[in-house]
Design a protein around this ligand. Structure first.
Ligand code: ZN
Length: 60
């Protein structure tokens, strides 16, 4: 799977947007963006990018 983003998801123990340590991988990130508007914003944009990529592929 080739995803063209600058976001680093290799290390799920820290937030890829601000670098903060997460309480736990995955679920900890959801809690984190819940309390960090900036990171939530970054996540929304990242997710929109992925969705846009997929939509482009599937519509072709
Ligand atoms: Zn963060």
């Amino acid at each position: 799977m080739a995803v063209n983003t600058t976001t680093n998801w290799n290390d799920l123990t820290s937030c890829p947007f601000c670098g903060d340590e997460l309480a736990s991988p995955g679920a900890g990130f959801i809690d984190h963006i819940d309390s960090s508007a900036n990171c939530e914003d970054g996540f929304e944009q990242w997710r929109a990018n992925i969705a846009g990529d997929l939509a482009g592929e599937w519509s072709g």
